[in-house]
Write a protein that binds this ligand. Structure first.
Ligand SMILES: Nc1nc2c(ncn2[C@@H]2O[C@H](COP(=O)(O)OP(=O)(O)O)[C@@H](O)[C@H]2O)c(=O)[nH]1
Ligand SMILES: [Mg+2]
Length: 183
């Protein structure tokens, strides 16, 4: 019984990953150093992803990752939710990304990573710490995850796939509108 359930969970995850690949998503992963970005890339996508940026510290590098965010389907911002020393820096960088007017149409997923650690902030406190509600004119979603224990990563993959599907629908309806305008 337990094995059946476990097999079902594993195959559902495989199914999500397959859809994730089929969707040809373009995603930029951002976050402070040590947040867990490279670990997440390994779990989700092997070596195929390259857009994984450490932000913070050096404002002169900001324009580089900004350029890599233009036109992507989603931005995933990873935070170490168990390292109190980095909350303030992570909050500032997250808000800098979200306040950037050229990125304002891009949905942002904020991950409170390392929830396997005892000192990790509960999601509600994390949302307050990161001042998620202070982010205006941006669609922001927040999940508590553990990349290490692959906890809640199916929610991440589902969210990512749904962003692509939303975009395809948007493109589809924009085309239809365009066609109507021509006739
Ligand atoms: N406990 C725990 N450690 C993690 C988790 N995710 C990543 N790490 C560890 O955090 C450190 C930094 O991870 P890394 O992926 O290199 O972070 P990056 O600098 O953002 O690319 C590594 O030692 C990882 O093994 C997690 O969910 N839980
Ligand atoms: Mg890294």
């Amino acid at each position: 019984m337990f094995t059946d359930l476990w097999n079902w969970i594993v195959s559902y995850y495989d199914y999500l990953i397959a859809r994730f690949w089929a969707a040809e998503l373009e995603i930029t992963l951002l976050g402070l150093q040590n947040a867990g970005k490279t670990s997440l890339l390994r779990v989700l996508a092997g070596d195929k992803f390259t857009r994984d940026w450490d932000v913070g510290g050096q404002p002169r590098f900001r324009t580089m990752w900004e350029r890599y965010c233009l036109g992507v389907d989603a931005i995933v911002f990873v935070v170490d939710s168990a390292d109190a020393h980095t909350y303030e820096g992570a909050r500032q960088e997250l808000h800098a990304v979200c306040n950037n007017s050229s990125l304002s149409d891009i949905p942002v997923l904020v991950l409170a990573n390392k929830n396997d650690l005892a000192e990790a902030l509960p999601l509600e406190d994390f949302v307050t710490k990161m001042d998620i509600k202070g982010i205006k004119n941006h669609q922001v979603t927040c999940y508590s995850v553990s990349v290490k224990e692959t906890d809640n990563l199916n929610a991440v993959v589902s969210w990512l796939v749904s962003q692509k599907e939303n975009n395809v629908n948007k493109e589809g309806s924009a085309q239809e509108e365009g066609e109507e305008a021509e006739t």
